[in-house]
Design a protein around this ligand. Structure first.
Ligand SMILES: NC(=O)c1ccc[n+]([C@@H]2O[C@H](COP(=O)([O-])OP(=O)(O)OC[C@H]3O[C@@H](n4cnc5c(N)ncnc54)[C@H](OP(=O)(O)O)[C@@H]3O)[C@@H](O)[C@H]2O)c1
Length: 357
């Protein structure tokens, strides 16, 4: 039986897993390290703190949330292949398998220390209330089995009635977002050492301005949808000016998920560039995002596609190709209609995204 399968099951020929790990894992480690992809993901430094952020990260949102099998094993594959940046969220139900994968990667010697990883997770909207932020992060840390996250993000500039996460979101649960109270609690998470950095996700320029006006610690990151069909030029310029690092999500359009669109993977301009260049369309998207100077998160639970997505660092797009991509008509994939209601704080998608849609 291959060792990988046995490690998932916990015993072989009566031999205990712990015993094996103690005495034989150095040999297994060598075998794994020989098989490890020779890819090192480039890193950038976050402006508010010296720790580096790997520019290509691994997404863990599977539609429907929590539906994928063997997630821990897929995450271990990803670590083995060279991914070091992992993006989770309490909403995705991926914190527990991620925590288990990190613990096992340490046991197996795939990584020497937790410090080698950059791990982010997010506060869901039902916890976007001043008094619920720290307990929510403590719960996430318990799920992850970690003492701190590298980055804690507000998932949306949206508050829902306090309580359990319910999907689909109930429109009557939508409440005004308390910038001051929620961000103060996020700052406290940082001061307590529970989050090395704090940041936001899905914030427009206008909402960032509002947050910056109350923030003692500015957000280190804004994680937003970004791909060749939604290039976020204005938001990126704004973030650059304010020293906020941008991380791109749904770089392939998140085809097949309720928040995604098929338009990216079916875009003819991208198909033509990919064919002429001998690359896949996914690689063209990822390389394009990377060349914009932001970090990018991509999710695949398929080992071949995980490898394919890492192979973007030893070639580049030509000016002609970049120009063609620049001219692709723009359309946002995720409209966030679940957060819009006539009786709620955002009456239209334009109010939610401040016209950046
Ligand atoms: N902050 C937010 O509000 C927010 C929103 C969305 C996403 N995110 C984060 O960003 C991560 C990435 O975004 P995403 O998951 O929305 O979308 P994505 O990475 O653009 O797309 C994921 C989809 O593309 C497929 N795929 C991956 N690599 C491929 C390849 N080389 N060729 C063809 N298909 C490929 C995956 O299927 P297989 O698994 O079968 O390969 C999956 O169906 C998420 O997982 C999550 O961590 C954050």
């Amino acid at each position: 039986m291959p060792i990988e399968i046995w490690l998932q099951q916990g015993s072989i020929y009566g031999m205990k897993k712990d015993w094996f790990l103690k005495f034989w894992s150095p040999l297994y480690r060598e075998k794994i390290q020989r098989n490890m992809a020779n890819i090192t993901v480039p890193e950038t430094r976050l402006i508010t703190n010296g720790k580096a952020i790997p520019l290509l990260g691994f997404g863990t949102a599977e539609h429907p949330f929590g539906s994928a099998e063997n997630v821990k094993e897929r995450l271990l594959d990803a670590i083995q292949l060279g991914y070091r940046h992992f993006d989770s969220a309490s909403l995705y139900q991926s914190e527990q398998p991620l925590g288990k994968a990190v613990a096992e990667a340490l046991e197996l010697g795939l990584i020497n220390s937790r410090e080698e990883l950059f791990i982010s997770t997010k506060l869901w909207c039902t916890d976007a209330h001043g008094n619920r932020v720290i307990p929510a992060l403590q719960r996430s840390l318990k799920n992850l089995g970690l003492e701190y996250v590298d980055l804690y993000l507000l998932h949306f500039p949206v508050a829902l009635k306090a309580g359990e996460c319910k999907l689909p979101v109930l429109k009557e649960d939508l409440l005004p977002f308390d910038y001051d109270g929620v961000w103060k609690a996020m700052e406290e998470c940082h001061k307590l050492g529970l989050a090395r950095r704090i940041g936001v996700s899905n914030f427009s320029c206008k909402k960032l301005e509002k947050l910056l006006s109350v923030a003692e610690i500015p957000p280190a990151v804004n994680q937003v949808e970004m791909n060749p069909l939604w290039q976020q030029q204005k938001l990126r310029e704004f973030c650059k000016e304010k020293g906020i690092h941008v991380t791109a999500y749904s770089p392939l359009g998140a085809k097949g998920s309720f928040w995604g669109t098929n338009r990216v993977m079916e875009c003819e301009v991208l198909q033509e560039i990919a064919k002429a260049k001998g690359k896949t369309l996914a690689q063209i998207c990822l390389r394009w995002v990377y060349e914009q100077g932001v970090s990018v998160l991509v999710k695949s639970f398929n080992t071949e596609r995980m490898k394919e997505n890492l192979e973007i660092f030893d070639w580049n797009l030509s000016l002609k190709e970049l120009n063609k991509i620049r001219q692709i008509p723009q359309k946002k994939g995720f409209a966030g209609l679940e957060f819009v209601s006539q009786d709620g704080p955002y009456k239209s998608p334009e109010e939610l995204w401040d016209e950046e849609i």
